[in-house]
Design a protein around this ligand. Structure first.
Ligand SMILES: [Zn+2]
Ligand SMILES: [Zn+2]
Ligand SMILES: [Zn+2]
Ligand SMILES: [Zn+2]
Ligand SMILES: [Zn+2]
Ligand SMILES: [Zn+2]
Length: 217
């Protein structure tokens, strides 16, 4: 059989290999079972096969608590079979929180089960990073979990996550008409109108010193 594997590796198709191995297993299993019944005649109504595994009652050894599925109660749990004695059930008591980025879970100190899961309740502070991007830092007032990220401003300049307004910082955009040019916030894209700031060049040409708009006809 080594020769087959070494000689034709490309022919070893998984499905065919599985089929051969599968067909081998039942045939090898049927051999001893068919060999065994030969001495036994026809009907053998023995009571044993009808109850293959008579249930042995567990001598429960209770150690620790386990949460009863679907509840916020726990009871003594058998370390041998997992049975929970619900007659001695008690309410879970909050001990600590576990948290990930999306939620926190209140955990029972006795059984480790989840009592409740909630979204974080963040309170935010905002700051401007070195590259000028506005960022918010949130701390959950319940579990202390922290997060941070760049503010995501809506058209009014309010962050959709932390609710804080943008501290606009404008750059001069394009001229709108002969009187105004546009100011654009570099953080949120909010725009404002501002009057041209008229200056005069050396050759007496009037222009806006901010946006470069020429005021000469
Ligand atoms: Zn048990
Ligand atoms: Zn519990
Ligand atoms: Zn939280
Ligand atoms: Zn924000
Ligand atoms: Zn802004
Ligand atoms: Zn201008």
């Amino acid at each position: 059989m080594n020769g087959q594997i070494l000689a034709s590796p490309r022919l070893i198709v998984p499905s065919s290999a599985d089929n051969s191995s599968v067909s081998n297993i039942p045939s090898s299993l049927t051999l001893p079972s068919s060999a065994a019944p030969t001495p036994v005649p026809t009907p053998a109504p023995t009571p044993e096969p009808t109850t293959p595994e008579p249930e042995v009652p567990c001598n429960h050894e209770f150690d620790g608590r386990k949460q009863i599925t679907g509840t916020t109660m726990h009871g003594p749990v058998c370390v041998l079979c997992g049975y929970i004695n619900e007659e001695q059930a008690e309410s879970c008591t909050a001990d600590h929180y576990t948290a990930d980025d999306s939620s926190h879970k209140e955990i029972c100190g006795a059984c480790g089960g989840v009592i409740k899961e909630e979204s974080h309740l963040y309170t935010y502070t905002t700051e401007t990073a070195e590259d000028g991007v506005r960022i918010h830092k949130g701390t959950c007032s319940v579990c202390g979990h922290t997060m941070d990220g760049a503010c995501v401003f809506d058209p009014d300049g309010i962050c959709e996550i932390c609710g804080q307004p943008c501290t606009h910082e404008y750059t001069v955009g394009q001229s709108l008409d002969e009187s105004y040019h546009q100011l654009v916030c570099k953080f949120c894209g909010h725009t404002e109108k501002e009057e041209h700031q008229i200056g005069e060049s050396a050759d007496s040409q009037k222009y806006c010193t901010a946006c470069g708009y020429s005021l000469n006809e």
